[in-house]
Design a protein around this ligand. Structure first.
Ligand code: RFL
Ligand code: PHB
Length: 394
């Protein structure tokens, strides 16, 4: 097989890239290790920034998102037992976020791909990437006991944190920055009405908690837990009991509980790869960077990488210029480091770090107190949380 772009990884980044390239008449194939159902079964992000919403529209898949997504103009921060609203909409001059699950984003993109008759190779094993330092890169994979090879002009590494593309970049050409946090997030999905119409980020003496949602009848909640905890240690009842203890009295009284339909623990990490281009192979999304989920930035960053990459590839084919390709890594990394900084800071503000002692706790409380009482402080949180514009600082 020969295509212009071989996309390794069929998560949200790979699928969004496939759709944007298709719209521009560029021929691409997606090679995915898992089945489509497996990809859709991973419960992850829930909050879309305006740039991500715009990209879904640009890709021609925004209809269901606009019909079913929930528009949020603010969120609550809970500390010392009281909730304080960050009025994002007012503080940012009218900007909002959309609550619409990553599963739905990916499903809409997969459906559009299928409807257009485009090729996705699922259950491709032993995927390897070759010759991306030449003008004729190749991707090899195995399926049904046979080895296949794809020739292409470019490889897009959209294969997530554990993918093969970053791992195949020459070690001498790559620099990685990493911070691992000393706790994880235990998440639960349940068919119960959300405790509040907006999200609640809680800094409680028992640890962080987040009340999120997917729809008026489906909730998503998270608890900060030690890295040593296992999902099996947490019955549904134990989860709800702990969540109650981390909320304020009003939320505690309103909380509706029910059986979990998904429960998992995610580690928290800050991670950035530099650069994001190796000859004719580009990294995008979680393949190149990870943020702790506190800032709700991971999927949104993946989407903006893909925006920059699709624009660069379209310029290459239509305008015969390599300027966008040459600029790709630097352009992405500026945006990524800003989101990394915010996610790291917000994680530090909202979680419990016993190793920082009582004084660390006092610093946190003083900062939270400042942020909710200072217009400038609250605006800075709101501006970063809602997402900085694509051309910020350019
Ligand atoms: P993905 O989603 O990991 O997809 C990569 C795909 O590549 C496939 N793959 C391979 N395919 C072929 N060959 C190989 N060798 C391969 N190796 C891997 C995988 O099977 C997979 O299908 O990365 P992508 O597309 O870059 O998307 C990134 C997002 O998934 C991620 O950033 C977000 O989910 C992060 N995140 C959040 N982001 C937000 O913007 N807002 C949020 O509210 C938010 N909440 C979250 C989150 C992530 C979480 N977890 C579990 C880490 C909440 C949580 C709990
Ligand atoms: C989610 O709904 O899964 C979610 C929301 C906000 C975050 C992280 C995850 O910061």
């Amino acid at each position: 097989m020969r295509v212009q772009v071989a996309i390794v990884g069929g998560g949200p980044a790979g699928h969004l890239l496939g759709q944007l390239l298709y719209k521009a008449g560029i021929d691409a194939v997606i090679i995915e290790r898992q089945t489509g159902d497996y990809v859709l079964g991973r419960i992850r992000a829930g909050v879309l920034e305006q740039v991500c919403i715009d990209l879904m529209d640009e890709a021609g898949v925004g209809k269901r998102m606009h019909a079913e997504g929930l528009v949020h103009g603010g969120f609550d921060m809970l500390f010392k037992g009281e909730r304080h609203r960050i009025d994002m909409n007012r503080l940012t001059g009218g900007k909002n976020l959309m609550v619409y699950g990553q599963t739905e984003v990916t499903r809409d993109l997969m459906d559009a791909r299928k409807a257009a008759g485009l090729t996705t190779i699922y259950e491709a094993s032993n995927v390897t990437v070759h010759d991306f330092d030449t003008a004729k890169p190749r991707v090899r994979y195995e399926k049904d006991g046979q080895t296949h090879e794809i020739e292409c002009d470019f490889i897009a590494g959209c294969d997530g944190f554990h993918g093969v593309c970053r791992a195949s970049a020459p070690r001498s050409a790559i620099r990685e920055y990493e911070k691992i946090y000393p706790f994880g997030w235990l998440g639960i999905l349940s068919n119960t009405p959300p405790v509040h119409e907006e999200l609640i980020y809680a800094n409680s003496p028992r640890g962080f908690a987040l009340c999120s949602q997917r729809s008026p009848t489906r909730s998503r909640y998270y608890l900060q837990v030690p890295l040593t905890d296992k999902v099996e240690d947490w019955s549904d009842e134990a989860f709800w009991q702990e969540l109650r203890l981390r909320l304020d009295p009003e939320a505690r009284a309103k909380l509706v509980t029910g059986p979990s339909i998904e429960k998992s623990i995610a580690p928290l990490r800050s991670f950035v790869t530099e650069p994001m281009r190796f000859g004719r192979m580009f990294l995008a999304g979680d393949a190149a960077h990870i943020v702790p989920p506190t800032g709700a930035k991971g999927l949104n960053l993946a989407a903006t990488d893909v925006k920059y990459l699709s624009s660069a590839l379209i310029e290459f084919y239509q305008d015969k210029t390599e300027a966008g390709i040459d600029n790709y890594s630097e352009r992405c990394l500026r945006r990524i480091w800003r989101a990394e900084r915010f996610s790291w800071w917000f994680t530090g503000l909202m979680h419990r770090f016993p190793e920082n002692g009582e004084i660390g706790q006092k610093f946190q409380e003083a900062e939270l107190d400042y942020l909710i009482h200072s217009e400038a402080g609250a605006r800075s949180v709101a501006e970063n949380y809602v997402g900085l514009p694509l051309n910020f600082g350019e």
